[in-house]
Write a protein that binds this ligand. Sequence first.
Ligand SMILES: [Zn+2]
Ligand SMILES: [Zn+2]
Length: 189
Amino acid sequence: MVKVLKPKGQVKKENAKSKPAKAPEKAKVPVRFDLREESLRTLSQFYLGEMDLKMRVRQMTVASGKEPEEWVATLEILKDNIIKTEHPDLKLKMYQGMADLLAKVGQKEDLFIIQQIIARYNLKSFKDIGFERVEIEVSKDACPVCRKNAGKKFRIDEAMETMPIPCRECSTEVDAVKGYCKCRYFAVF
Ligand SMILES: [Zn+2]
Ligand SMILES: [Zn+2]
């Protein structure tokens, strides 16, 4: 299960305050997103919308006695749909939607877990159709850590065990997180 914590990026409401209680970190200005908009954008990829979100927020409020944030409810909707759908490509797309949303919220730990699920899922798909080896492809804007992986080949069983990607030490900053590794597996023919 994905453990969801408080967002690190500031949410809109807090902008209204004249002065923050604590001085913000000097080194980095957090990226701000309208998380409601991002949640709805994520859901719209799967033909889900505002009504689904409202319903889920209400259900969760009744169940826990506390109104969840909309992005938290969005993740729950996606998790349910991942379980329900039989279609592997759609499952994968939903995991990717979760990962992108977590990056916007700044939830690095949860993002990493979802990325691991995606990596494992890809490996299994290659194995299921008869491939034995994979190669890592690195994105163009990859950090130095990720770049070291470029072109590395693994037996699928070995990759399943050692999980070379997502890279733990990745320093690529995407949205509100540092360490959104975009390395991918490709099957070796
Ligand atoms: Zn990487
Ligand atoms: Zn990286």
